[in-house]
Design a protein around this ligand. Structure first.
Ligand code: UDX
Length: 454
């Protein structure tokens, strides 16, 4: 079998490389010449664990190639995956110009049957717009070439995308007929070894599944963040509450970790898009609107705690930030809570030192020269008034607190991911704030319970 993947961003590249791994002949197309050249040399432009080795192996075996020519790239393909970007346009809805542009180009160049699959996350109904665009181009050429469209949303988590693709929980495919179903079944058969299902459904439901999945996950996080904030007020410990509810299989123990709010390229965008789709249909998604508001509020939560402790004038104060990417194991800075926190600290006059194991270069695009880029986690804490942990990279889990207390101006930690044990912080003599748990204030005799909302 031969497939073409259009767009070598994060989704397209993982998709193409993982299909090549099964022995399929893959051609990836991208308009960016520099990127195509890099990829042909085996260089991966994004940070995604395992992807470079997988790409190198498949390049060597000749199972994957890259080109800037879509016309050439789709020759002889059984299936074409569209995995180009859908950036939000001025009013926040997904801009489909790239997706539909690719659809038109496919229509201009295809010369035999293909399944044309939308992989990008797109509003419900887009696959039919793809169908129309392809058909219009075929009509212009006055040719009668059969094709089908399909929707095949991705559920890849950045940082474990290769694993998620190779061992999926489920694969969702929206199709219109048996012919397309047969092609998709053949393509995905190698990934069904772990017994998880390949779910076929109509195209509208498939497109909707992607949004519903991400919105449900975002809901779990915002719900937990709200509960964590209440835990602080009533003197409960959200760690225990989380375990208490998570062991109920109906709730589950995943995606109920409170923190600094969800970020990334999917949750914020998809939640907004679904709210918009519903509004357009005259239906207000009240739960999801609250999910978004809670997330917005949560990104400022640590700064509220800092203000509560140090006051609102932070002139002359310096902070060390651990973790910049929106989550560990990625260099993705999109919608990262660190950006909101740093902006607010700077607005109050503070100086900021930052360290991230992977995302430093990426962060420079957003932060420029406004912060000091430290060479490691300890360098980020030299003469700071507080350490703020924003992203829970595993290398921040067991720092040497003896070094920290020597280099910091004061022993003060704001932990946005509940990485440290409050008891240990008490023993070590640190003042310690986290999310939804007791505040440790070692400057006083007794630990202080936060009494009002911060
Ligand atoms: C997500 C979906 O998981 C994936 O299926 C979809 O296709 C793309 O969007 P991703 O954005 O890579 O993947 O990250 P994910 O690991 O899902 O985390 C999303 C955000 O939620 C992060 O900001 C993370 O820090 C936050 N989160 C996650 C929490 O705050 N608490 C949790 O318990 C879990």
């Amino acid at each position: 079998m031969k497939i073409t993947v259009v767009g070598t961003g994060y989704v397209g590249l993982v998709t193409g490389t993982c299909f090549a791994e099964t022995g399929i002949d893959v051609t990836c197309v991208d308009i960016d010449k520099k990127k195509v050249q890099m990829l042909l040399n085996g260089e991966v432009p994004i940070y995604e664990p395992g992807l470079d080795n997988l790409l190198a192996r498949n390049l060597e075996k000749g199972r994957i190639t890259f080109t800037t020519s879509l016309a050439k790239g789709i020759q002889g393909s059984d299936a074409v995956f569209i995995a180009v970007g859908t950036p939000p346009d001025e009013d926040g809805s997904a801009d489909l110009k790239y997706v539909l542009g690719v659809a038109r180009e496919i229509g201009q160049h295809m010369d035999d049957y293909k399944v044309i699959i939308t992989k990008s996350t797109v509003p419900v109904g887009t696959s039919f717009k793809v169908k129309k665009a392809v058909q219009e181009e075929l009509d212009k050429r006055k040719v009668d070439i059969p094709f089908d469209v399909a929707s095949n949303p991705e559920f890849l988590k950045e940082g474990s995308a290769v694993d998620d693709f190779l061992k999926p929980d489920r694969i969702v495919v929206g199709i219109e007929n048996d012919r397309a179903q047969k092609t998709m079944k053949r393509l995905y058969k190698p990934f069904l070894m772990n017994g998880h299902p390949l779910l076929f459904m109509d195209i509208f439901s498939s497109e909707m599944t992607k949004y519903a999945a991400n919105s449900m996950l975002a809901t779990k996080i915002s719900f937990m963040n709200d509960i964590a904030n209440l835990c602080e007020l009533v003197g409960a410990n959200v760690d225990l509450v989380r375990k208490g509810i998570g062991s109920d299989a109906r709730i589950g123990n995943k995606f109920i970790y409170p923190g600094t709010g969800y970020g990334g390229s999917c949750f914020p965008k998809d939640v907004q898009a679904l709210i918009r789709t519903a509004d357009e249909h005259g239906h207000s998604l009240e739960v999801l609107k609250a999910v978004e508001n809670v997330n917005y509020r949560q990104k400022s939560k640590l700064v509220e705690k800092i203000k509560g402790h140090l006051g609102t004038n932070l002139n002359g104060k310096q902070f060390g930030i651990w973790g910049l990417s929106f989550k560990p194991k990625t260099d993705d800075m999109r919608e990262a809570p660190s950006l909101v926190i740093i902006e607010q600290l700077k607005a109050m006059g503070a100086q900021v030192r930052v360290y991230d194991p992977v995302a430093m270069e990426e962060a420079k695009h957003s932060l420029g020269e406004t912060v000091v880029y430290a060479k490691d986690e300890y360098d980020a804490c030299i003469e700071v008034d507080a350490l703020i942990l924003v992203t829970e990279w595993s290398e921040f889990r067991m720092p040497n607190f003896r070094i920290l207390e020597k280099i910091m101006n004061q022993k003060l930690i704001f932990d946005g991911r509940n990485v440290y044990d409050p008891e240990e912080m008490r023993e070590l003599g640190f003042q310690y704030y986290s999310i939804g748990r007791e505040t440790i204030n070692n400057q006083q005799e007794q630990p202080v319970q936060v009494k009002k909302a911060v």
